[in-house]
Write a protein that binds this ligand. Sequence first.
Ligand SMILES: [Cu+2]
Length: 579
Amino acid sequence: MTTGSLLVADLVIAVLAAATWLGGGAASAARRRPLALGLAAVALLATLARAITITALVRAGWWFAAEKVLIAAPLSLAAVGVAGPRLLRAPGDIRAVAVPLLFAGYATSSALLVTILHGYPASAGAGLLAVAGVVAATAISGRALGARPSRTVSRVALVVAMAALLTGTGLTVAPGAAPAVPHEHGFPAARIADEPTRRFTLTAATATVDADGRNVAAWAFNGQVPGPELTATVGDVLEVTLRNRDIGRGVTLHWHGYDVPNDQDGVPGVTQAAVRPGQEFVYRFRADQAGTYWYHTHSASDVGVRMGLYGVLVVRPGPVTGLDVTVPVHTLAGRPLPAPRVEKVDAGLPARMRLINTDSTTHRYAVAGTAFRVAAIDGVDLRGPTPLVDTAVLIPAGGRYDLEFTAPATPVALFVDGRAVYSTGPVSTATGAWPVLDTLGYGATAPVPWSRFDKTFTLVLDRGLDLRRLLPRYAHTVNGAADPDIPPQVVRLGDVVRFTIVNRSQIVHPWHLHGHHVLVLARDGEPAAGSPLWLDSFDVRPGEVWEVGFRADTPGMWANHCHNLAHADAGMMLHLTYS
Ligand SMILES: [Cu+2]
């Protein structure tokens, strides 16, 4: 069983336990004896079953189980300890066990709420608040059912609640917020003045564009979605003038995966101010990495990218030989882009398909009709990629895969989530059942270039109630905090840095560090076994633990966030900064 399914199973059992304890309490209050005993029996079993799921989660990693061990387990023990013996005595009047059963229900429910609303890390305050809630609810129920009110119980509730408030739940104490850093070093323009320069102008504006045969409202660069394809040859200087005609939320250009100098990175409030309507900003950097990349706005990035402010950036090592197609996949107003394209290709030609996922969720790609290799991921060539047949690849949000093959005499087709997007002739193949490539075991290995790490950071991804804002929100959190309250990660130039990224939530988080490619070291404790994977976007699925490393060699302040941009907007964003 994967850790992801264990997390789900544990949650389902916890909900079942809480619901049946509460149901049993209500049934006994209503003197429905058989129903009360039946529900209580289920509750008892479910509560005991959690011992198994919690133990398994501890074995998967303390991050997955901390609050369950420290808060849920004691509360569950209290539930069983209080309700169990009274049930066994099987009282003549079933109403006598109503309060103990309700107590058990409150105990298991409040532990559940700690997991759902507070998550990781466990805090004394959250535990005490949970206990105070249980005591108070039990006292109120007891009174409502005519039991003698107990002064001791009320006092205990009060003391525990006070202690909880004093300790703090961890949700109300703001650690140092990430400071906004003005860009202090400009790119030395003189140094690149003589080199071949590719100049582009991108004007952002509201527009109506055709999406899969229907006119939809969009935000577009130069009136088109995706924006113009920017191409360059290694060694060129790219000079891109960004203009904003009427995008009220502001626009920037972030060069996704392209490790540009920090002041060209296009993150508003961090490396530059957002470009407002009527303003412009000129980006200039040398194209010294070949590969497949993309650009997109980083201002109000969730809505901005979704509405169409993105495009392809391809840097080639030299002239194109054979077929070279880019396939930036996007969902615009619920319609899939790009439109299917059919192209006749001569047999024997070398072909490269550059697949780009510009959405916020994973897409599944499958090439039918030929063997192929995954030549590059996230712009970096793989080592010794072997031919694959009838195999699908999953590309995370923001990720790019370059597939290579030699065009056969028979038709080839690329399917994205089962939809034919590109073909050289009619192909009807069901690709849905194909196995998915695990890139961590693909290609030829090479040793990890570092033997020690100067800095190690752990990022535990979760959800939690964020009470630090005017309006509380159910945030996507890192280590229990949400943007802008996640402390920045501080490194020194030259440090070798390791990230441990843990997903204890129920959804995929495509992780994206700006300014650096990271080398995958291990997933779930298994060292990466194939070609070195230098990634800028990778899916951390529920229950997964990723270890990645990189050398801190590009000074500045860099965004480090989930590339499901709605998650980033809802708190899952922090910064890596150089001291
Ligand atoms: Cu996410």
